[in-house]
Design a protein around this ligand. Structure first.
Ligand code: SAH
Length: 348
């Protein structure tokens, strides 16, 4: 059986012609039914000939995930979902509703193998990649909720569990599927991919020239601290990472967004802020300060409010573009991967 959400429009066209013996325009019709009309079954696609609908039922499917948990925040309109696939794996996806639009956070892998010491997603290692179609499904899950109030998903962040650059082809195919004008037509500039700092992925993305936003999880201004927090720093130390970031900017003209999770006593001193400002000098970028989410297994404590502001101020004074991330749904969201871990513990 073919998962139709896995196909870009070009691939769907090939498949429809080759496997179904249909004419190419049927692929566009099908794609529009899937993504613009958001048909839940082939039987709903009434402009397709009945024989074709029947054939599709025999060889292909649309949805495969089931929602196993839904949590709605009481403090803001954020919803978190745990979705399960037929092989038993689960991933989290989050819908955040802002004044300026609706944003969906997508998981690119089941678990993660990067081993960042503050992150819950990596506790059980990486189980498998998400396919492009499974990432599309995560998005469609939120879109179905928004359809009830006549709204659409306007931006996507690949910031859930997993390392997108470790699943590069599927993530880029996912992006090609959701940006197609016959489909969801989400603007490339409204898509952010966050990486732990896998340099080959950053370099490849620079070459391919997509207009998406690259976010890099930096979290520390030097190798000593970053090495403690992020094992990936051994393979790609800060100098190599920054070189790739500079090249990325030169090739794409796109400003990079750096994530910096503030951990009490670890990376939150004013000296760290100054060192960070020096490190970023000359690179058009933006720093996103994130109060670290407490993960019981990890034991890190978040920086207190006063120090967060002092750190932010120090960056601004040094000429660095920085903001403190507004926390959405902090009562439910907790840290990435925690809902999945809790669910796994309950089942065990
Ligand atoms: N693997 C990718 C994307 C997934 S994580 C990456 O590393 O960027 C998305 C972001 O959440 C990353 O910046 C990650 O470092 C951060 N993060 C993970 N655990 C966190 C925690 N406990 N508190 C705050 N941010 C966290």
């Amino acid at each position: 059986m073919i998962h139709l959400y896995d196909f870009t429009l070009d691939e769907l066209r090939d498949w429809v012609v080759r496997e179904l013996g249909e004419r190419p325009f049927r692929a566009v019709q099908l794609y529009e039914w899937m993504y613009q009309q958001r048909a839940k079954s082939f039987d709903d696609m009434t402009s397709l000939p009945k024989a074709l609908r029947q054939r599709l039922n025999e060889v292909a499917y649309l949805r495969s995930a089931k929602q196993v948990v839904r949590q709605d925040s009481k403090v803001d309109p954020t919803s978190k979902f745990l979705l399960a696939w037929p092989d038993g794996v689960t991933v989290e996806s989050v819908l955040m509703r802002h004044d300026y639009g609706n944003s969906v956070c997508v998981s690119s892998q089941v678990g993660c193998k990067m081993g960042c010491t503050f992150c819950a997603s990596t506790l059980g290692g990486m189980i498998r990649h998400m396919t492009a179609g499974e990432m599309v499904e995560q998005l469609m899950h939120s879109q179905a909720l928004l359809d009830e109030v006549g709204q659409r998903v306007s931006s996507v962040v690949v910031m859930g569990s997993g390392e997108p650059m470790d699943n590069y082809d599927q993530v880029m195919r996912f992006i090609d599927i959701i940006t197609n004008e016959h489909g969801l037509n989400i603007g490339q500039r409204h898509i952010t991919v966050s990486t732990v700092g896998l340099v080959p992925g950053i370099r490849r993305l620079a070459e391919e020239g997509r207009q998406i936003t690259l976010a890099v999880s930096l979290h520390a201004p030097n190798d000593a601290i970053r090495g403690r927090m992020m094992p990936v720093n051994k393979a790609y130390p800060i100098a190599k990472l920054m070189e790739a970031c500079h090249d990325y900017y030169r090739k794409t003209g796109r400003r990079i967004s750096f994530e910096y999770a503030l951990v009490a006593g670890e990376n939150d001193s004013l000296e760290c802020a100054e060192e960070l400002a020096d490190l970023l000098k000359g690179l058009p970028c933006h720093v996103n300060l994130i109060p670290v989410n407490y993960v019981p297994e990890r034991g890190y404590r978040r920086t207190d409010k006063k120090q967060i502001f002092a750190f932010w101020r120090a960056l601004l004074d040094a000429g660095v573009n920085a903001t403190i991330r507004r926390e959405m749904g902090h009562d439910i969201a907790a840290a990435c991967g925690q809902l999945r871990a809790q669910y796994a513990n309950r089942q065990a």
